[in-house]
Design a binder for this molecule. Structure first.
Ligand SMILES: [Zn+2]
Length: 275
């Protein structure tokens, strides 16, 4: 088994909080000799560029891994893309590189701040449900200290938020699908009842959203992916990395193999359904 040492790995575990043992086990599974090659090109549609991970570095990583990158950044208050000018710069900057250019909104209603002709120039939009409006503020469920007092009332709020994104936001890819706050992670199977899963899948299907298989959170699980595949949904792989972990897929590939994902099941920019 090969494990990288150094900054990239340290930052991976620091930012993701993933246990090294789970990571190693999956790596071994990936390397089993009877695994078949996938029949589609690998794309990481969820890569962030930062000062410490500039586009030039990202291109080296993409080349090394043989994975095409889709670059996203956040629009909206407190983020880098707040105006049409910012969005234009974002598009122009990354168009010079062999990447897809995307956007990852966080807040509901984000698209009204931008001109339609600029939004149309993007290759795709990816949105996740991890920032939930509540009591005039927001609950950021990706934060490790997210407190959930009552699971049922949280899930009611969370399902409503998921459905609002799936049914009303102009997005192509639904990111971090079925992720839960850290404090609920161990109850995933219980919380994600068949009915809740089906509700999300039906909404994604009706509104033509692709489902991100998220490497860092290892969601959604195999059952959800199988159900979504049966419903005819498309999938993407996403690392949500802002480091050399971009394009590093263990869980995504494992799920693709287990669930028999083929080329026709994968989202492509050319075959983008949302307009
Ligand atoms: Zn992201």
């Amino acid at each position: 088994m090969k494990i990288d040492h150094g900054v990239s790995r340290r930052s991976f575990f620091k930012t993701a909080g993933i246990a090294a043992t789970a990571f190693s086990a999956a790596q071994e599974g990936l390397m089993s000799k009877d695994s078949e090659p996938l029949d589609f090109p690998l794309v990481d549609f969820h890569v962030h560029i930062e000062n410490w991970f500039p586009i030039e570095k990202a291109m080296q990583v993409a080349q090394k891994r043989g994975v095409k990158f889709g670059i996203v950044d956040h629009p909206g208050p407190g983020n880098r893309i707040r105006t049409d000018d910012d969005l234009r710069r974002h598009i122009q900057k990354y168009r010079q590189h062999p990447v897809y250019v995307g956007l990852q909104p966080i807040f509901l209603g984000w698209s009204k701040d931008f001109s339609k002709d600029l939004l149309d120039q993007l290759d795709y939009v990816l949105m996740d449900p991890q920032t939930i409006p509540v009591d005039g503020g927001y609950m950021y469920i990706w934060r490790a200290d997210t407190f959930v007092e009552d699971v049922e009332s949280f899930m009611k709020l969370y399902m409503e938020h998921n459905l609002r994104i799936l049914t009303t936001e102009p997005v192509d890819i639904f990111g971090w699908a079925t992720s839960l706050p850290f404090c609920l992670g161990r109850y995933y199977d219980k919380i994600w009842t068949r009915q809740r899963r089906q509700t999300l899948i039906d909404a994604a299907k009706a509104h033509r959203r692709a489902i991100e298989i998220n490497e860092v959170a290892r969601v959604p699980d195999e059952n959800f992916i199988r159900m979504a595949k049966r419903a005819g949904l498309r999938f993407t792989f996403g690392s949500d990395a802002r480091s050399e972990n971009a394009g590093r897929f263990v869980y995504c590939i494992e799920m693709a193999r287990l669930c028999g994902l083929r080329k026709a099941d994968m989202f492509t920019v050319a075959g983008r359904l949302h307009t």
